[in-house]
Structure formats: structure tokens, C-alpha cells
Design a protein around this ligand. Structure first.
Ligand code: COA
Length: 260
């Protein structure tokens, strides 16, 4: 698929997806969401990619939300479809078999915050601002914000953010567990690439099995989750990477993983 609203690059086993509508602060219109889903699926299908990074173009915004022009044209029936479509795209991000890191380089508001929440790890630049300002528009988060924000920062903090529409800065986002890590202004992408490099240096079967186990957390009870973990652990024990990783430890050398 040819992209007009995002940039897609593969380099050093990283797929970098840059939402590229800087004049609209990278707001997500329908076409951008279609492209984003395609880009995430493309990266998942690529043999030369191990980690995906999503960021926004420019230094001002990651993504300033759903496109309010398109949003304003919704009615009750189309509004539900609008939300379901965005949810489907962000679920594709969340269900990615390869790790997805959000390099939050500025405003992550509304759908932008929800996109960051669907990523597995969030790096926040010093100038990043997170928020769910939908109440200011007379609407509610519709791309998963009510569900994922509460799961990540807890019900009380999610309620405060969603009910007041207040933004939090990067430090506060880090304090409440919304951002995994802080970076200097302009450095979110580099920090995300560094982290991606570390993940890439590990056994990729183990990375993907770990992610699969983690993805079960919101879907399963503890008993079912533990059973899944044990089954995935068993699969990991059958891989060449496992043989290599344990042998390398015992031989006091660096492992040479092949992803098999
Ligand atoms: N949808 C569509 N366009 C948007 C947008 C969005 N979510 N967010 C910003 N833009 C556009 C603005 O309309 C403006 O376009 P214009 O130059 O054609 O008028 C451009 O991006 C720059 O935004 P502007 O508001 O002028 O920048 P600012 O620095 O004054 O304010 C924000 C930045 C992020 C605080 C402000 O743009 C904002 O509040 N955006 C909406 C955030 C939101 O409610 N998101 C949730 C949507 S559900």
C-alpha cells in the first residue's frame, strides 16, 4: 500500500512508522488509520523487522487526537462505527506479535494518547503532554482510552484524566506509570531506538513468546494466565535459541541467537 499520511522505514531490524500530518499535529483521520493498520501488519509480516516504533512527525506532536473535522460529522450510528474502526486499528497495534514502542515526541491527546496506550512501551520526550480531552468536545474516549488507560494507570487516575480532560506533562506521566521512560526534547526516537536495539539483541522467539504471555494479562484470570505462561515456557525450551542461550551462559560467552 502506498502511504500519504505516514512514513514507513525499515532499518537495522526496526520498522519506524511516523504519522506525518504535521500541519494538523498528526491528527488521525480515517485514511491515516487505514495506513497505520497496514503499516503495523506489514512490519509484522516483514522478515527484516524485529521491533516497531511509532512516532509523530515534527517536535510538537506525537498525535493530537482523532481528526476533529471528521469527528464533528458523526451521528449516533456512524459514531459507533467510527469508534469501532479506531479500536480495531489500535487492537492491531496492541496484538502485534513484535514489540511496539511509542516514541512520544509532543502532544499525545485523545486518540494520540490511546495510540500510545496500545503500544507495549512508551518513551516520553520532556515536552510530551498526555491527555484525554474528549469531555471538552462533549464526547468520550472512543479508541480504547477508557479501558486501556484504567488498566495502565489505575481506575482513579484514569477517572481524573478522563473526567477533567487535563493534560499531564512527561514527568507526571512517568510518575503515574503512563510513560515507561523519559527522554530529552527531540530524543524520544533515539531512546526508543536504543531500547529497540537492546530487545533485538535478545532471542527473538523468547521476545515474542514473552509478549504473547503479557498480552494475556488483561484477557485472562490468573489461573488461565499461568497455564498459558507454562505452555509458552515449554515452547521456548524447545527452541535453538534456548539451547544457545543456556550453553553460552555455561560457556561464559555471548549468545549468538538465530531466532529459531
Ligand atoms: N484534529 C484536527 N485538527 C487538529 C487537531 C485535531 N485533533 N489538533 C490540532 N489540529 C490542527 C489545528 O486545527 C490547527 O490547524 P489549522 O492551522 O489549519 O488551524 C493545527 O492543527 C495546529 O493546531 P493549533 O490548535 O493551532 O496548535 P496550538 O499549539 O495552539 O494547540 C493543541 C495545540 C494540541 C493544544 C490543540 O491543537 C488542541 O487542543 N488540539 C485538539 C486536541 C484534542 O482535543 N484531541 C482529541 C480529539 S478527540
Amino acid at each position: 500500500m502506498e502511504y500519504t499520511n505516514l512514513l514507513y522505514e525499515e532499518d537495522q531490524r526496526i520498522a519506524q512508522i511516523t504519522i506525518n500530518r504535521p500541519d494538523k499535529l498528526n491528527a488521525l483521520n480515517h485514511d491515516t488509520l487505514v495506513e497505520l493498520k497496514d503499516a503495523v501488519l506489514t512490519a509484522n509480516g516483514s522478515d527484516t523487522v524485529d521491533v516497531i516504533i511509532i512516532t509523530g512527525s515534527g517536535e510538537k506532536a506525537f498525535v493530537a487526537g482523532a481528526d476533529i473535522g471528521e469527528l464533528s460529522a458523526q451521528d449516533a450510528v456512524r459514531g459507533q462505527r467510527f469508534a469501532l474502526f479506531g479500536q480495531d486499528v489500535f487492537t492491531t497495534v496492541e496484538q502485534s506479535a513484535k514489540p511496539v514502542i511509542a516514541a512520544v515526541n509532543g502532544f499525545a491527546l485523545g486518540g494520540g494518547c490511546e495510540l500510545a496506550l496500545a503500544c507495549h512501551i512508551r518513551i516520553a520526550a520532556e515536552n510530551a503532554r498526555f491527555g484525554q480531552p474528549e469531555v471538552n468536545l462533549g464526547v468520550i474516549p472512543g479508541y480504547g482510552g477508557t479501558q486501556r488507560l484504567a488498566r495502565i494507570v489505575g481506575q482513579g487516575r484514569a477517572a481524573e484524566l478522563i473526567l477533567t480532560g487535563d493534560m499531564v506533562d512527561a514527568k507526571e506521566a512517568h510518575r503515574i506509570g503512563l510513560a515507561n521512560r523519559l527522554a530529552d526534547k527531540g530524543e524520544a526516537l533515539n531512546t526508543a531506538r536504543e531500547m529497540a536495539g537492546k530487545i533485538i539483541s535478545k532471542g527473538q522467539v523468547a521476545v515474542r513468546l514473552s509478549l504473547e504471555a503479557l498480552r494475556c494479562v488483561p484477557q485472562m484470570g490468573l489461573r488461565e494466565g499461568l497455564a498459558t505462561e507454562a505452555a509458552l515456557f515449554g515452547i521456548a525450551c524447545g527452541t535453538e535459541d534456548f539451547k544457545e542461550g543456556t550453553a553460552a551462559f555455561l560457556d561464559k560467552r555471548k549468545p549468538d541467537f538465530t531466532g529459531k
